[in-house]
Design a binder for this molecule. Structure first.
Ligand SMILES: [Zn+2]
Length: 227
């Protein structure tokens, strides 16, 4: 019955590659076509070793470049326009697949976690944007591994300046004490869309460790070049 329904769906809406949009009968767990797979900006080192005592490792699926950057931007800033909405669905498919890939790398290197924690947005920014993209990623990863999603584990204690224009040192000062964690033991996965210098992840991990987490591994879709 499933095959029949899938056949009807494919007739009504022929499957296409989530990156280039050309016809592509997605194989299991592979929403993009082989040429797009070959062109994905992969990282030479997708698993970065412990950058600080608070954070035990950072895993990213790809570099923040070309089609990955396009997909992440469409995923983060969807526009309520019918034409674009279709593109956004494809972008979301690409981004979620990259998140699943990063979580598989984290699992193989560090073992499974006891919970999946998204980096929270400050309520003010959440109101501006309408949704927290890290929640969507964390929910997808939690489902993939059958783990509890802990959206309330971390909170923002204050509204911080946008990190994009700041140097590494300024980022650390900007984020000092910006996160608070509820008590929670065991190893955790910390999820965000993009990591640049790792400052946000480090400060969030510090709050989690202080609250009792035994290990914190960050899982990100993309790694942007730091300063
Ligand atoms: Zn393609």
């Amino acid at each position: 019955m499933h095959d029949f329904l899938a056949g009807v769906r494919d007739l009504l809406c022929p499957p296409t590659c989530s990156i280039c949009g050309k016809p592509w009968a997605a194989a299991e767990r592979m929403p993009w076509c082989p040429p797009c797979d070959g062109a994905l900006p992969r990282l030479r080192q997708p698993i970065a070793p412990a950058p600080s005592p608070n954070l035990d490792g950072i895993v990213a699926a790809a570099r923040y470049a070309s089609c990955v950057r396009d997909a992440l931007q469409a995923f983060k800033y969807p526009r309520p326009n019918a034409g674009i909405a279709f593109l956004d669905a494809a972008a979301t498919q690409t981004v979620l697949q990259l998140a699943r890939e990063a979580s598989a790398l984290a699992w193989s290197r560090y073992g499974v976690a006891e919970g999946v924690v998204p980096i929270p947005l400050h309520p003010k920014r959440l109101r501006e944007r309408g949704f927290n993209q890290a929640n969507t990623l964390a929910r997808c990863i939690a489902r993939q591994w059958g783990l509890p999603l802990r959206t309330r584990q971390l909170s923002r204690t204050r509204h911080t300046k946008s990190q994009t224009e700041l140097t590494r040192r300024e980022r650390h000062a900007n984020l000092a004490g910006a996160f608070a964690s509820r008590p929670g033991r065991g190893p955790l996965w910390l999820v965000d869309d993009i990591t640049t210098t790792g400052s946000t992840l480090e400060h969030a991990a510090q709050a989690l460790k202080r609250a009792g987490a035994s290990r914190v591994v960050a899982i990100c879709v993309a790694q942007a070049t730091g300063d």
